[in-house]
Write a protein that binds this ligand. Structure first.
Ligand code: PLP
Length: 381
């Protein structure tokens, strides 16, 4: 039975809190909550971060242009470039921070380069000072990809307040089934309202029920319904009211969520420090929002450890063993030479993402870490 997973789950206590919030009266639901974190900005809710990105690219006239994109990022973004007929120019990763290597950008700039997608990989902030210097020097629009960075801070400002526009994915942190939002920081940018609205579907309800901790305890064999949807094309749409209410209830306190995740990640570090496991080098002057706890393993051990952890009831992730530069769609559309991205390839073969949910106890972290260490010792295979 899987006891620990990288997916957010909901406890009865959380549910009670969310349920109560439904009756408190939210005024302009969502916008009020977000303006606390991004004063002076405007917002828009969408069904997913990837559709938010499509909507931004179309609204600000980037179609047909070149966009700088991390080579080490999820394959789901392939549809963004194909749908908007933009040309992604991939930038290899930094092996320590796992973020895009900003030092490679000058040699990739052409007269058609119009924008940069700056993703904070696993919540670790990109070097914002350097990013903004590049933006000014080459006159680029910055789309900040905060899909992993909800609640993270650089200096005293929240991640998502530095780009012209920023995209977020809420369901990765909270059990909201789906949902993302856009933060528009540049007052000269106009983003069209999204016309299409989504209805609540049986698959939404099934996925909501599936996110309950209790369901897994009562029915340990249950399989999630509707997850396959994430790998098909998704229309740009506003989330339905139920999802939007779930999102705004959870967004009320992103700071305490971030701090709980942070202290658990320190425990992971303490347990794993005397081993052959490598950690992500975190940006200084920042508060990282830990989506999961990423570690680098020797590539020849990674899949063996991933499967061994399942046997121990721990479902890790391997983000991104199938990074965007491996995507067949991308290779076909843009004739990509994978050899140009050796660091992204290395990370995709070495990365293991350990589960990290705010309700874990010290004992939970110790259990995951000690099983990981056992599986990494040579005689465990
Ligand atoms: C870095 C990054 N950006 C964007 C996305 C897209 O997020 P969503 O699933 O909300 O479309 C993902 C995940 O799929 C991601 O990992």
């Amino acid at each position: 039975m899987i006891k620990y997973t990288v997916k957010p789950t909901i406890t009865i206590k959380d549910f009670y809190h969310v349920f109560n919030s439904f009756f408190e009266g939210e005024g302009d639901l969502g916008a009020d909550v977000l303006s606390k974190y991004f004063p002076g900005s405007t917002f828009m809710y969408l069904n997913y971060a990837r559709s938010a990105m499509i909507h931004v690219i179309k609204s600000i006239g980037l179609e047909g242009k070149e966009i700088l994109v991390p080579a080490f990022i999820c394959k789901e973004l392939a549809d963004v470039f194909i749908e908007t007929q933009t040309k992604p120019v991939f930038v290899d990763a930094d092996l320590e921070t796992f973020n895009m290597d900003l030092g490679l950008i000058p040699e990739l700039i052409t007269k058609d380069t119009a924008a940069i997608i700056a993703a904070h990989t696993f919540g670790n902030p990109v070097d914002i000072k350097e990013l903004l210097k590049i933006k000014d020097e080459y006159g680029l629009a910055v789309i900040e990809d905060c899909a992993h960075a909800l609640g993270g801070k650089y200096g005293d400002r929240y991640l998502g307040s530095f780009g012209d526009v920023s995209v977020f994915s809420v369901y990765k942190f909270f059990p909201t089934v789906k949902g993302g939002f856009l933060v528009i920081n540049n007052p000269e940018i106009d983003i069209d309202p999204v016309q299409r609205g989504e209805k609540l579907t049986p698959s939404d309800v099934a996925r909501f029920i599936y996110s309950f901790d209790l369901i897994h305890k009562l029915l340990p064999g249950i399989k999630e319904k509707g997850h396959e949807l994430l790998y098909t094309e998704i229309p740009v749409a506003r989330p339905n009211k139920f999802i939007k209410m779930l999102i705004s209830c959870h967004l009320k306190d992103i700071d305490s969520e971030r701090e709980k995740r942070h202290s658990l990640s320190l425990l992971y570090e303490a347990h794993l420090k005397d081993s052959n496991i490598r950690f992500q080098k975190l940006a200084g002057n920042s508060r990282v929002s830990r989506l999961n706890f990423p570690v680098l393993l020797p590539p020849e051990l990674r899949d063996h450890v991933f499967n061994g952890m399942i046997g121990k009831g721990v479902l890790c992730d391997r983000l991104w063993h199938d990074a965007i530069v491996f995507s067949e769609k991308i290779k076909r559309a843009y004739r990509l030479d994978i050899n140009k991205y050796p660091n992204a390839v290395f990370l995709s073969k070495s990365m293991l993402n350990l589960p990290l949910q705010p309700n874990y106890t010290e004992g939970d972290i110790e259990y995951v870490a000690s099983n990981l260490k056992d599986l990494c010792t040579p005689d465990s295979s």
